[in-house]
Design a protein around this ligand. Structure first.
Ligand SMILES: *[C@@H]1O[C@H](CO)[C@@H](O)[C@H](O)[C@H]1NC(C)=O
Ligand SMILES: *[C@@H]1O[C@H](CO)[C@@H](O)[C@H](O)[C@H]1NC(C)=O
Length: 267
């Protein structure tokens, strides 16, 4: 009499165990609850399989016990619907949050102006090694010239600039020779060895004694997300761009050691 069918639903659970969250959403339903995946921010996505009872309608008079069964089925369905309502409300909340995150993401992946994307450090007209300087170097094999984006480890060549010490006073500086419009920062970690800069700030100016921090909307010196691995380029668009001769990258947090390769887009 009851036709077996199932409702599949996705439920995002944050800061709650799967079971707890499920019992909140569908307190009375018997159901299988499977973890589908856990994303980076710790949010677990769970696949719920809710049984849905459906009643076959028959003609003619029904016995009392049949009527009772029908009534129970309807009650079950009502319960199920209210559980689904809760589930939908929860999903709506999740979607709202995802939309906000997408907005942030859109800002951070906004592209620099198409006509101002020359590689100012190592592009067609590269700056010289002497125009790349740093607060310190691990030793002379790890000097600032090793910070060119394309540097790879090869025999004795070290695949990045590495600071002497790991603290938040280190910097890598590019002198573009004259004032340029700077539209994005590109960074990579160290080739072959697990070291990279996770977050950094930048300072810029026309005189190395008067460098300005690049600020965010709230007026604090902006913290840029850096790398999460060794060889992929992470790009941060400067929106708005800056006009300056010098640019300094100041690592704030790092993995393994302060080691970075970088270039600057601009014109
Ligand atoms: C149901 O039972 C009632 C009372 O016995 C009768 O009057 C009625 O015609 C029946 N209905 C059907 C559809 O058989
Ligand atoms: C550098 O000089 C240029 C041109 O004189 C000026 O537009 C720009 O604002 C200066 N940058 C800084 C950071 O002072």
């Amino acid at each position: 009499m009851a036709l077996a069918s199932f409702i599949f639903a996705l439920l995002c659970v944050s800061e709650l165990s799967t079971d707890k969250a499920f019992s909140q959403v569908a307190p009375n339903a018997v159901c299988s609850c499977q973890e589908a995946y856990t994303s980076e921010d710790g949010t677990t996505t769970v696949v719920l399989q809710l049984p849905k009872t459906s009643t076959a309608v028959s003609t003619g008079n029904k016995s009392l016990s049949e009527l009772d069964k029908l009534k129970q089925n309807y009650q079950k369905q009502a319960q199920m619907l209210s559980s689904q309502g809760l589930l939908l409300m929860q999903q709506a909340k999740q979607i709202q949050q995802i939309e906000l995150e997408l907005q942030d993401l859109k800002l951070s992946i906004s592209k620099p102006p198409a006509d101002c994307q020359d590689l100012l450090v190592s592009g067609n007209t590269p700056i010289s090694d002497s125009q790349i300087t740093a607060s310190s170097m691990y030793n002379s094999d790890h000097g600032p010239a090793h910070s060119r984006l394309y540097t790879n480890m090869d025999n004795h060549i070290v695949g990045s600039w590495s600071a002497r010490t790991n603290d938040n006073k280190q910097w890598l500086q590019f002198d573009f020779g004259r004032v340029r419009k700077l539209t994005a920062i590109l960074t990579k970690g160290r080739n072959q060895i697990a070291q990279f800069v996770k977050t950094y700030q930048i300072h810029y100016g026309n005189n190395t004694l008067l460098m300005k921090g690049y600020r965010d909307g709230t007026g604090s010196v902006k913290i840029f997300q850096g790398n999460i691995d060794l060889d992929n380029i992470h790009e941060n668009v400067l929106n708005p761009p800056v006009y300056a001769r010098y640019l300094r990258i100041n690592p704030l947090t790092w993995y393994g050691h302060i080691s970075v390769r970088a270039d600057v887009l601009g014109c």
